[in-house]
Design a protein around this ligand. Structure first.
Ligand SMILES: NC(=O)c1ccc[n+]([C@@H]2O[C@H](COP(=O)([O-])OP(=O)(O)OC[C@H]3O[C@@H](n4cnc5c(N)ncnc54)[C@H](OP(=O)(O)O)[C@@H]3O)[C@@H](O)[C@H]2O)c1
Length: 281
C-alpha cells in the first residue's frame, strides 16, 4: 500500500509538480514504492480547485495508478492523511499555511523561495528545499534540492525520483539556494528577455513576426543542446562562430560594449539578493 502526498498550494508550480508526478512512466521493481498511491491537492478557493480538476481531466490514468483528490479549504485533514507534504504557496503565505497544520513528523518538501531549512524546521523535522522553474510544466524544468540532515536515504531517493520528472534535478548545499532561486527559478524570465530581443531584432530588419519567433526559438534551443552535447565551454563554441573580421565578432563587440554580459550577471545577482530577503518578511 503506497503513501499519500499532499500538495499545499496547487497553483503554477504545484500543478507543474502534480503533472510531472502523476504522468511519470510506470515504475518498476523497488522504485514503485517511491510513488504515492494518492495525491491530495489543496487550494484556498473553490475556483482554483476547479482549475486543478480541469487540468487532471486532460490526462489519461496515471501510469503508476496514482489517485488524486482535489480539495479547497481543507489543509488540516489533507496534511493529517499524508506522509509527504509538498509546500507550494507564495512565500508570504507560507507561515500562515504551515502554522495551521501539523506536519511535524512528515517529510516536508518546500518549493517556497527564500524559506530556509532552519525556518521550515520549526514545522517539520524532515525538510527538503527545492528550487525549480516553470518549464517543469512541460518536462523541461530544472530542479535544485537541499535536504536537512535528518532526511533519510530512502526519502532522499523518493524526492530525487519524484522531482526528477520535472526535467533534470541536482543536489547542492543550502548556501547555494538563493543563487539557484535566481538562476533556475527566475532564469526562464531572463532567457525570455533574450528570446524576445532576438525576435525583435529579426522584426526590426524585416523578418515577419512568426518567422522571427521560430528562428529565435530554434537558435536558443539548438545552442543550449550544442553546449550540453559537446560539454565544451560556451566561449570555445562562441569562437568557432567568429570568422576573423566577420559578422559575428562585430555583433559580439557591440553587445559587450553595451554591457550585455555584466547586465545579465548583475541582474541574476540582484534576483538572488531579493530571494535571500523573502523568507525574512
Ligand atoms: N512561478 C515560478 O516561476 C516559481 C519558480 C520557482 C519557485 N516558485 C515558488 O513556488 C511557490 C509557488 O509559486 P506559484 O507561482 O506556483 O504561485 P501560485 O500560482 O500563486 O500558487 C500558489 C497556490 O497557493 C494556493 N493557496 C493560497 N493560500 C492557500 C491556503 N491557505 N491553503 C492552500 N492553498 C493556498 C493558491 O490557491 P488559491 O488560488 O485557492 O488561493 C495558489 O493556487 C512560491 O513560493 C515561489 O517562490 C515559483
Amino acid at each position: 500500500m503506497g503513501y499519500t502526498l499532499t500538495i499545499l498550494g496547487c497553483g503554477v508550480m504545484g500543478q507543474a509538480l502534480l503533472s510531472a508526478i502523476y504522468n511519470a512512466p510506470a515504475a518498476s521493481g523497488e522504485n514503485k514504492d517511491l510513488y504515492p498511491s494518492k495525491i491530495i491537492t489543496c487550494n484556498h478557493n473553490e475556483e482554483s480547485k476547479g482549475q486543478v480538476v480541469t487540468l487532471l481531466e486532460g490526462y489519461k490514468a496515471s501510469p503508476n495508478g496514482i489517485e488524486v483528490e482535489c480539495t479547497f479549504d481543507d489543509n488540516e485533514r489533507a496534511v493529517n492523511e499524508a506522509s509527504v507534504v509538498l509546500l507550494a504557496t507564495k512565500p508570504f503565505l507560507a507561515q500562515q499555511v504551515l502554522s495551521s497544520v501539523n506536519a511535524k513528523t512528515k517529510l516536508l518538501i518546500s518549493l517556497v523561495a527564500g524559506w530556509t531549512i532552519e525556518q521550515l524546521g520549526e514545522h517539520s523535522e524532515y525538510v527538503t528545499r527545492i528550487m525549480t522553474n516553470t518549464p517543469a510544466k512541460f518536462g523541461y524544468g530544472m530542479a535544485v534540492l537541499s535536504h536537512s540532515s535528518s532526511v533519510s536515504d530512502h526519502n532522499k531517493e523518493l524526492v530525487k525520483e519524484l522531482v526528477g520528472h520535472v526535467g533534470s534535478c541536482i543536489e547542492l548545499p543550502e548556501k547555494n539556494m538563493d543563487a539557484a532561486t535566481a538562476l533556475v527559478g527566475s532564469g526562464p524570465a531572463f532567457v525570455l528577455l533574450m528570446l524576445e530581443s532576438l525576435m525583435e531584432s529579426g522584426i526590426k530588419m524585416g523578418i515577419p513576426l512568426k518567422e522571427s519567433r521560430e528562428c529565435a526559438v530554434k537558435v536558443l534551443e539548438g545552442t543550449a543542446k550544442m553546449v550540453e552535447k559537446t560539454g565544451e565551454h560556451p566561449s570555445v563554441l562562441k569562437h568557432q562562430v567568429c570568422t576573423p573580421g566577420g559578422t559575428t565578432i562585430a555583433g559580439l563587440c557591440v553587445m559587450e560594449e553595451k554591457g550585455v554580459r555584466s547586465g545579465i550577471i548583475s541582474g541574476v545577482e540582484e534576483a538572488a539578493a531579493v530571494a535571500s530577503r523573502l523568507g525574512k518578511k
